[in-house]
Design a protein around this ligand. Sequence first.
Ligand code: HAM
Length: 439
Amino acid sequence: MRYSAPKYTYDVLPAPPSGATQARPWIEDSSRWHWLEGIFRELCALYSYEEIRTPVFEATDLFHRAVGESTDIVSKETYDFTTRGGDDLTLRPEGTAGALRAYVQHRLHIERPVTKLYYIGPNFRYERGQAGRYRQHYQAGIEALGAGGPDIDAEVIAIAMAFYTRLGITRLTLKLNSLGTAESRARYVEALRAYAEPLLPEMSEDNRRRYQTNALRMLDTKHPRDLELLADAPALTDYLDPESRAHLDTLQHYLSGLGIAYEMDPRLVRGFDYYTRTTFEIQSPDVGAQSALGGGGRYDGLVEQLGGPPTPGIGFGLGIERALIALETAGVPVPEPPGIVAFLCPLGDAARAACVNLLSHLRSANLAADMDYTGRKMKAMLEQADKLRARYALIVGDSEIERGVVQARDMRTTQQTEIPVAHIAESLRGLGGLSEAGR
Ligand code: HAM
């Protein structure tokens, strides 16, 4: 019996060995993930966001309430299950609901009036797989709770843009919209329904249903005909209440001041019922058909809806797979995996015994090292050293043991230097050229 990863999932594997002829998609290369996640964590520290980790499953009801019953995510895409104990749970389809559940449960607002959280983790949506769309995907996300002004909106958008800039993704479009308040949105939905009513016979079944249950969701449609019919629909931004209008104007002013280019998109409603006011999405042609790299928005009523005190909030989720796809498509250079400092090549049993100790010594001195465990010939051991991106191969034979030395072969220049075992760590550092793995 042979098994494969479930449909529309993928495995993340060690980086291909140095010199491998077969390329590995970047989303399957764990060294790319480390590099990308490192950049995200660094940025979060810089902007003063702290990590939160919540379970990958939560009460089913949490997502129904937070994301919305009539959204595509809740009505078609969640992985729901009943436990042996009879609890109804759902694999999280997104990160906001769980983060806010924890915020309310642990009363984080008492510790921090403005709570700034970040997370990196998997989400599960039962979707039709295609390039850039998976049934398990990772998001790097943040949630900023307790501040309601456009200044923090600008900060949240700036982090997302800085992330892509640091990664080296340059072909980006930031789309911006405002959904106003619940009241102004209700006025808009009335206008949208009036506009859509005569067009319903031509619309998709999905949109006819949405018209009845939650008309704003008609704008989530992916049917080309629906999109054509909705092209002249009223614009949300024409229905904003004065405070939401002022909020949006100030945010636009801040973004311009920060040198962040954006395009207004009055149809950007973003598939979740929790959004109020600001919504945004970052798109890139380098992710193919699934052009959204990431998106987010403000959700001022959500904490209260989940049983907490009235608390404004805003956040985003950035798809990690899609960022890796965009980097790969655009051919952006990323650092090579660091490799190890030394690969030990024992020639004979006595040398093997010496290498076991030497290896331990090198690691204690914080030098990344490995050794041959298979008793291969010299040539094969050197090939292995190359594959592991070792800076030096340390060759140990009987004569070296007798004299208390090893031959350090520089894997780049092939030059060999004899160094004393007693000072091996210092000597290797002295030879220089050590990568991150051995500083
Ligand atoms: P979202 O737009 O549904 O927002 O997801 C954020 C990003 O996750 C997308 O732009 C996309 O890059 C990636 N993504 C979503 N679904 C998939 C999938 N099936 N396969 C691959 N990548 C995917 C949210 O989830 C909100 N919770 C964001 C947010 C946080 N809003 C406020 N705070």
